[in-house]
Design a protein around this ligand. Structure first.
Ligand SMILES: [Zn+2]
Length: 166
């Protein structure tokens, strides 16, 4: 573990995102949570996966949190913010991060199957786009993975329900 003050701030923010992730469990949503930190390092937007709760295919934690942050700040351009999310963003959320001009992304667990920030794709650092994002990965990854593993294990025990990823 690094002792940089930035690392401590990232770990704290990931705790906020993990708290958000746990809220998704109440509606049977995959437990992924996100927060957006404003320029002063405080939380300006938060969200968790609401795909089931809102019957919204785009209801991923990152999109919810980015929209909340943009609404709070009164602007779509979040070029002084940090997105903190418990799981590596998918293609849609990586795209939304680029479109919001977020300069820094802190993620918990990597998603080898669907991750678009270094695993399957690397949308946020694609040279063809005019915006690139600094990625800090693996922050409190074990806690994020544990939450997801427990969720999918519980699901597998329910008859007639297969495990379903993002
Ligand atoms: Zn997503």
């Amino acid at each position: 573990m690094s002792t940089r003050p930035e690392a401590a701030a990232d770990a704290w923010a990931m705790g906020e995102a993990l708290d958000e992730a746990a809220l998704a469990l109440a509606t049977g949503d995959v437990p992924v949570g996100a927060v957006v930190l404003g320029p002063d390092g405080t939380v300006v937007g938060r969200g968790h996966n609401v795909r089931e709760a809102a019957a919204d295919p785009a209801g991923h934690a990152e999109v919810v949190a980015l929209r909340a942050a943009a609404a709070a700040l009164g602007r779509w351009r979040l070029d002084d913010c940090t997105l903190v999310v418990t799981l590596e963003p998918c293609l849609m959320c990586a795209g939304a991060t680029v479109l919001a001009r977020v300069p820094r992304l802190v993620l918990g667990a990597w998603d080898p199957k669907a991750g678009a920030c270094g695993s399957q794709w690397d949308v946020v650092r694609d040279r063809r786009l005019n915006h690139r994002v600094e990625v800090v990965g693996g922050v409190r990854a074990a806690e994020s993975s544990e939450l997801l593993l427990r969720f999918f294990e519980t699901r597998r025990q329910e008859p007639g329900e297969g495990a379903q990823g993002l």
